[in-house]
Design a protein around this ligand. Structure first.
Ligand code: GDP
Ligand code: MG
Length: 597
């Protein structure tokens, strides 16, 4: 295929503005799928994505389209919109020359619209603004166009108005892609350089490597070399996603597709690597990508210690498809053998946890998530800290640094006061306010990451009745007055409940935590004391009184199904409990410490 007939583009948007729906329409209009096959959000094929309506793993699909008597090949890459997945977004953008920036005709420009647009500008892409959902009964199309112009700096007269849901304006959209997005450059005769932009594991075929050809031509059967990994393999099959995997004989400059070599271990293929020919090697590899930064950590332990190996196999399988997820074994006095897992953010963590529960039959205890800290010790050494249980004695610490994020809110002007109050409560540092029109504003803050990852988004949504959005980026580490808050259950230190908190809020957190635990831990045959402590000093205490009656006693002789149900419920609850000395602590209790704000 001649590069002049190829277009590579991404679709970027704030979440729910209609990327996936538009992607499906493009497939439909090009005939890649028939109306009968048209299934809502066809490209979101992971279960979790379908359920949550979000796109996690970027997809690359090739479609053919006839325009002015020529057949064009449009390669498009669907990207995730959530803040946790910035990394995947920038990776996808590196494989394109242009982007469709989808903006909801009612909601207008939102925090991730801005963040994604800036990422596209940085990647030097041609951006086509697309106003979607023009079929909605109430729209603000003129204001939205003004926002596109004022906030992002794009020429709004170039914007295309569509309804992805009803299939209106899709042809205009395709025409703009063909006319405005530059064709890829690259010489088909040059030594091969293909960028590995993703990989996934297929249980039947082994590793599927996603590539975008930058220079040269890749042919079926070629002996290829991964330049960074320095491994040599055979390209047994090459092809494109249309949207199903479809084999072909060759891929030329600008084309995106896949390679199957028979490789079984995803870890052996690294995203950002360059593929060249073993026979005729390129002089140097392509620039590649920055590695993803894991910012949120938690412990994952099997409830039954016999499941340790099984859990490890499952985590390994997860990480095969997701380079941004990491895990290393750790031991805890109370929880036994388990793993410390690293994620890009909270949503990423929830998704992995859900997949584990669905796909692996392993009962899990998950500890409350925490951010990464940096410690400067008195010895001069600087160490990273992923687990609150590992905080050294305070006498050894010179500086206790936490990650700081630059946070941008876009919200109705009438909510500015309440959101500023929220940020002040969370140790935020005000930066500035910009008005985007008469009644909307962009508010910037610097906030400790620990104060935003858990519930800031929910709080913002409730203050603004759903109209506020936020985006954040970690900008560095800063020294702060942090302390380790320990929790003792019946006199026993439960490391997995330890938290790092700011000294000014430690007493309040301590009191709230033991109170919350009192609600979550069931009564036992004996009294259970709950204490919060900093070092040797106990700062809060609660007591769970002893149990009196057997739960099923009151149904004695009565309704047998009710009794059975109760017992089953009890058993279900047991499954997610962990024994600490004599005390059983349910999974929910580990996470509840976070809610004790
Ligand atoms: P994404 O998160 O950007 O991928 O958004 P989706 O494509 O998943 O769409 C989010 C929601 O908006 C879904 O419920 C869609 O059905 C709906 N939606 C998408 N496009 C349109 C449109 O043109 N009009 C209307 N009324 N709804 C749309
Ligand atoms: Mg989507």
């Amino acid at each position: 295929m001649k590069p002049e007939f190829i277009r590579n583009f991404s679709i970027i948007a704030h979440i729910d503005h209609g990327k996936s729906t538009l992607a499906d329409q493009l497939l439909l209009k090009s005939g890649a799928i028939t109306t009968r096959e048209f299934q809502e959000q066809l490209l979101d094929d992971l279960d979790v994505e379908r359920e949550r309506g979000i796109t996690v793993k970027a997809r690359a699909v090739a479609i053919d389209y006839n325009y002015n008597g020529e057949t064009y090949q449009l390669n498009f890459i669907d990207t995730p919109g959530h803040v946790d997945f910035h990394y995947e977004v920038s990776r996808s953008l590196a494989a394109c020359e242009g982007a469709l920036l989808v903006v909801d005709a009612f909601q207008g420009v939102q925090a991730q619209t801005v963040a994604n647009a800036y990422a596209a500008i940085e990647a030097d892409l041609e951006i086509i603004p697309v106003v979607n959902k023009i079929d909605l009964p109430v729209t603000r199309i003129d204001e939205v166009l003004e926002e596109v112009e004022n906030i992002i700096g794009l020429d709004s007269s170039e914007a295309i108005q569509v309804s992805a849901k009803q299939g209106i304006g899709i042809e205009d959209c395709i025409e703009a892609i063909i006319k405005k997005i530059p064709a890829p450059k690259g010489n088909p005769e040059a030594p091969l350089k293909a960028l590995v932009f993703d990989s996934k594991y297929d249980p039947f075929r082994g590793v599927v490597t996603y590539v975008r050809i930058v220079e040269g031509t890749l042919r079926k059967g070629d002996r290829i070399r991964f330049m960074r990994k320095k491994s040599v393999q055979d390209a047994n099959e090459i092809g494109q996603f249309r949207p199903n995997m479809t084999a072909c004989q060759s891929l030329g400059p600008g084309q995106a597709g896949y390679i199957i070599t028979g490789e079984k271990v995803v870890g052996n293929i690294s995203v950002g690597d360059t593929v060249t020919l073993q026979g005729e090697q390129a002089a140097d590899p392509l620039p590649g990508y920055k590695s993803p930064k894991q910012m949120v950590y938690c412990g994952m332990y099997p409830i039954d210690s016999k499941d340790f190996e099984k859990l490890r196999d499952e985590l390994e399988r997860m990480s095969l498809n997701d380079a941004s997820f990491s895990f290393i074994p750790e031991t805890s006095d109370a929880l036994g053998f388990g793993f410390r897992c690293g994620f890009l953010g909270m949503l990423h963590m929830e998704i992995i946890q859900q997949r584990l529960e669905r796909e692996a039959d392993v009962g899990l205890i998950q500890t409350a998530p925490n951010v990464t800290y940096e410690l400067k010790l008195k010895s001069g050494e600087v160490v990273k800290l992923d687990n609150p249980a590992d905080v050294p004695d305070s006498g050894q610490i010179e500086e206790f640094r936490e990650p700081i994020a630059r946070v941008t809110f876009i919200l109705p002007a009438s909510n500015i006061g309440s959101v500023m109050q929220l940020c002040a409560d969370r140790r935020g540092e005000y930066k500035n306010t910009e008005y985007l029109g008469t009644d909307r504003a962009q508010l910037s803050y610097e906030l400790p990451l620990a104060e935003i990852i858990y519930d800031m988004h929910d709080k913002l949504k409730s203050i603004t009745r759903g109209y506020g959005t936020m985006d954040y980026e970690v900008i560095g580490f800063r020294d702060s007055d942090l302390v380790k808050l320990d929790i003792l259950v019946k006199g026993m230190l439960v490391e997995a409940l330890a938290q790092v908190v700011h000294r000014s809020t430690s007493e309040r957190r301590g009191r709230a935590t033991v109170k919350k635990l009192k609600e979550e831990i069931p009564k036992h045959q004996f009294e259970v004391a709950l204490q919060a402590a900093i070092g040797a000093r106990v700062i809060a205490r609660e007591t769970i009184s002893a149990l009196r009656k057997n739960v099923t006693a009151k149904c004695y002789g009565g309704d047998i199904t009710r009794k059975r149900k109760l017992l089953e419920k009890q058993k279900e609850g047991k499954k997610r409990m962990k024994q600490f000395g004599q005390v059983e602590i349910p999974q929910k209790a580990f996470l509840s410490v976070l809610e004790a704000g």
